[in-house]
Design a protein around this ligand. Structure first.
Ligand SMILES: Cc1cc2nc3c(=O)[nH]c(=O)nc-3n(C[C@H](O)[C@H](O)[C@H](O)COP(=O)(O)OP(=O)(O)OC[C@H]3O[C@@H](n4cnc5c(N)ncnc54)[C@H](O)[C@@H]3O)c2cc1C
Length: 435
């Protein structure tokens, strides 16, 4: 039986992020006396960004999280700040039309400006480095796709650069790929530091946050909505749900609108000086075009960090971490024996078409989720968009992402075999892709 995401252990997982991010602000627990115009459920990027943008407007806002800020995917991810969804700009335009699609592409392209802008404005300590993102092509077909990506973005004024095999090799230190591209808009962060920084910014702007505040249900009240917790309830005019891959039963059917996929992260002990200098010497993060994308980054203390390359719907278990060391050796044979010091995992919310969802669940109740592994920028953007809606500055139909039809996945109960079958299928497919 697949694990229930919200049953992941209490407390921040022992990750490299937890070992290196500054402590978050002191957050009280819920005592039942709290009042707010807008209640936000979930203290990840979606919820915290929504609360921050509301608090900046002077609106009263209360964030409730069953655990603590950054406990979910926001504190566990790879830290790649990417100006992209899982789809190429031309596909987004085909899907949403020239006008809505074009606007979405523009907003997504500005995602890193939003994230790095907030980090700078609020002095968040999250090792932010805007040195660009490398995408490495594993096959000639995927290199041709990257060429199109570069051309389309260049036409929109974004300075992406196509890289030959030799150029990619000199920037990445691996000859494994056939070429790639560099997107200078993106960069790297300590994601838990960013989540905690957002929480501190919410408090600084006058918003409230409560941790260990699990929401059981949200029901209509005489005026607005009653948000029910174990230790009382709070009535609000509007409710925003930012629970993503950790969504449980708080809203009927919401957790069945995507598949929760657990993916691994692995960080080594510091590498030998000559080896560390040979890997990603320009300080970029690299990810590749394989379906089971592998992300690679080097930390300032000489540790190598790998993420992705597989997944499960089940509990965290050793087999989840078996593939990444093999990937590391295939990419960088000079590594020799590496000791992997930190390993952890987290749940992504994967939608079938890998587009995020904006749901109007009921009048004055909205949710954004399903970022499919691209959530640092997108969740921050969606939080900002939901704040515009909750503050009454925009209608739900005027936000950057068009509203989705609420549909549960009929095969949700089979998510375990589906995710593991998909991983197996794509592992084979990625291996067979002609380079
Ligand atoms: C391993 C991994 C690597 C990733 N790498 C990247 C990357 O490099 N770049 C990128 O852009 N994206 C990446 N992502 C995706 C990104 O991390 C997520 O899309 C993003 O963090 C989602 O933020 P969120 O606020 O919507 O949800 P989350 O951060 O998951 O937060 C949801 C919160 O909701 C709370 N919650 C749930 N139910 C309830 C309830 N009933 N009551 C109260 N609280 C509740 C949970 O406690 C949790 O804190 C990665 C994800 C994972 C898992």
């Amino acid at each position: 039986m697949p694990a229930v995401p919200m049953n992941d252990p209490e407390g921040t997982p022992t990750s490299y992020w937890a070992a290196t991010a500054p402590a978050g602000p002191n957050i009280p627990t819920f005592d039942g006396s709290e009042r707010a115009d807008t209640v936000v459920v979930g203290a990840g990027y979606t919820g915290l960004s929504a609360a921050l943008h509301l608090a900046q407007r002077g609106s009263s806002v209360l964030v409730l999280d069953a655990h603590e800020p950054g406990w979910g995917a926001s504190g566990r991810n790879n830290g790649q700040v990417v100006a992209a969804l899982k789809h190429e700009p031309h596909e987004i335009e085909e899907r949403f039309g020239k006008e809505r699609g074009g606007e979405l592409i523009r907003v997504i392209g500005n995602g890193p400006d939003l994230v790095f802008g907030l980090i700078e404005r609020y002095g968040m300590e999250c090792s932010a480095r805007r040195s660009g993102i490398l995408t490495a092509a594993h096959s000639a077909t995927s290199l041709a796709d990257l060429q199109r990506r570069v051309e389309v973005w260049m036409r929109r004024g974004a300075p992406l650069q196509l890289l030959s095999r030799a150029e990619l090799e000199s920037r990445s230190g691996t000859g494994f790929y056939v070429g790639g591209c560099l997107d200078p808009r993106g960069g790297a962060i300590n994601p838990l530091g960013y989540a905690r920084g957002l929480a501190a910014a919410v408090l600084r702007e006058g918003g409230q946050i409560r941790q260990k505040a699990h929401v059981n249900s949200i029901v209509r009240a005489a005026s607005g909505w009653r948000v029910n917790l174990d230790r009382g309830s709070v009535v609000a005019s509007r409710v925003i749900l930012g629970t993503n891959g950790y969504t449980d039963d708080l809203w009927p059917g919401l957790k069945k609108t995507f598949l929760p996929a657990r993916t691994p992260q692995l960080v080594s002990k510091p590498l030998r000086d000559n080896v560390r200098k040979s890997i990603l010497p320009g300080g970029q993060i690299m990810s590749d075009t394989r379906y089971l994308t592998v992300g690679v980054r080097m930390h300032a203390d000489g540790r190598m960090h790998l993420g992705g390359g597989g997944g499960t719907a089940g509990a965290d278990r050793p087999v989840l971490y078996e593939q990444l060391p093999k990937e590391a050796r295939a990419l960088y044979p000079q590594l020799g024996d590496v000791e992997w010091e930190f390993r952890w995992s987290g749940f992504m919310a994967m939608t079938p078409d890998r587009y995020p969802r904006l749901f109007e669940l009921a009048p004055d109740v909205a949710a954004a989720l399903g970022y499919s592994g691209r959530g640092i920028c997108t969740a921050t953007i969606m939080g900002r968009e939901l704040a515009r809606w909750a503050a009454g500055d925009a209608g739900i139909d005027d936000l950057a992402l068009p509203v989705s039809t609420f549909r549960t996945l009929p095969y949700y109960a089979l998510r375990g075999p589906i995710i593991e079958g998909t991983v197996l299928f794509h592992t084979l497919r990625d291996r067979l892709s002609p380079a």
